[in-house]
Design a protein around this ligand. Structure first.
Ligand code: NAP
Length: 377
């Protein structure tokens, strides 16, 4: 009796599923739909009949894609159509980092670089082309330039653009923005779309989630056709989907803001990195933050850091401001120190400075001199 009831439930579930399929499979011609449904129906009824005679029924996973599930099949086809072919030029630290995430979103990645990264690419699920002509002839929808800032101009001047598709979307991920924007406008074919991007994170700071990490972009030139606009938006959506904080901003404004934030961060991180700060048994939270600042900046190549300085016209002034700030803080310390010593030197009844005190103010035996002056008083 229980078995019969379970078979009955299965039949009802099946009929309901067929009903849904009938409703949703509207994209097929009426005759095709009818034939396919008829076939699936008779197949399952045959199975049920067989099941009844053997007093068992094997319809367990009604949620899984069924042979008559046209919707699931159609979804696979549309998803494939949506996937972008993205080419990465410069498969170093950052190129690989970004490739990994793009692949995980279901897009195809091809890469090229000065060095040979075939094995790395294979591990990541990308295809590596040592020859840049071969890379271009794969006709990626989007090309991401991820070479060092310093080599950008050379790479672009030697790039075989003519082998790419006529309306390729060209973008960059350089940590400076005005420089590649100007170069792109000058050197890229007029029919290319241009998108300047700066993910404000890297392999260390964006190791886990990208949630709330800023991504700055400027759509420098995107053609009017719907397909070109969609392609650009689809690419940006990839970052949005990962939780990035999308910031649309001109390249010039980016450089102004990045000089006083990112460049200063890198400079301080590098300075502290040079000091080789070691962990201590009494490390404070603040000290741990400094150590993580070193981890997030010191691993980047010096080329990258130098590029932040050389190719952002606002960096020099920020470096001077940092230097001034350091001098000012140091000055505050030494002024107070000198004040204490002067108070010791110039007593009320003796207006002449003690030469010993002066020597001690700059010498290593300052403490001894101070004690002696105190004793005298
Ligand atoms: P990078 O030192 O700035 O660049 C290394 C890449 O540049 C490698 O792919 C290297 O190719 C290529 N390259 C260097 N000199 C070259 C030359 N003369 N000709 C051709 N290619 C050359 O380190 P990165 O961290 O990978 O950065 C790549 C880009 O991403 C930079 O523009 C950087 O500003 C940007 N970015 C980096 C981060 C980050 O956190 N690291 C974050 C955001 C944006 P080979 O390895 O084949 O030699």
């Amino acid at each position: 009796m229980r078995r019969y009831a379970s078979n009955l439930v299965s039949i009802l579930v099946f009929e309901h599923t067929v009903m849904i399929c009938e409703k949703t499979a509207h994209f097929l011609s009426f005759s095709t739909k009818k034939t396919l449904l008829k076939k699936s129906r008779s197949k399952l009824h045959h199975k049920l009949e067989r099941g009844r005679s053997k007093e068992r029924l094997d319809v367990n996973a009604i949620d899984a894609a069924q042979p008559f599930d046209f919707e699931a099949k159609a979804k696979v086809v549309t998803d494939k159509k949506k996937a972008l072919k993205i080419g990465i030029v410069g498969f170093g630290n950052f190129g690989q980092f970004v490739a990994k995430r793009i692949i995980s979103k279901g897009h195809t990645v091809i890469a090229t670089s000065r060095g040979d990264y075939s094995a790395v690419a294979e591990n990541l699920g990308a295809c590596f082309y040592p020859d840049i002509d071969d890379f271009c002839e794969e006709h990626p929808d989007i090309v991401i330039l991820s070479t060092s800032i310093l080599s950008t101009e050379k790479v672009l001047r030697e790039f075989p653009f003519q082998r790419l598709r006529r309306n390729t979307l060209f973008c960059d991920v350089l940590s400076v923005k005005q420089f590649p924007k100007q170069l792109f406008l000058k050197l890229l074919p007029k029919n290319f779309d241009i998108l300047c991007l700066h993910p404000m994170f890297g392999p260390d700071s964006g190791k886990g989630s990208w949630r709330d990490l800023p991504l700055v972009y400027e759509k420098v030139r995107v053609g009017e056709e719907k397909s070109r606009k969609n392609r650009c938006d689809q690419f940006l959506h990839l970052f949005e989907d990962e939780g990035c904080r999308m910031v649309e901003m001109s390249c010039e404004e980016h450089d102004r803001q990045a000089a006083s934030s990112q460049f200063i961060t890198h400079t301080v991180g590098r300075m502290l990195g040079t000091m080789e700060l070691a962990d201590t048994s009494i490390s404070t939270k603040g000290f741990e933050s400094l150590r993580s600042l070193v981890d997030n900046t010191y691993n980047d190549s010096f080329d990258l850091y130098y590029g932040l300085f050389m190719y952002n016209k606002n960096a020099t002034i920020e470096l001077s401001r940092l230097e001034q700030a350091f001098d000012e803080v140091k000055g505050q310390l030494f002024n107070r120190l000198h004040e204490i010593i002067r108070n010791e030197i110039f007593t009320e009844d003796d207006a002449s400075p003690s030469t010993q005190g002066l020597q001690n103010s700059t010498g290593s035996n300052f403490q001894g001199g101070l004690e002696e002056n105190l004793k005298k008083n």
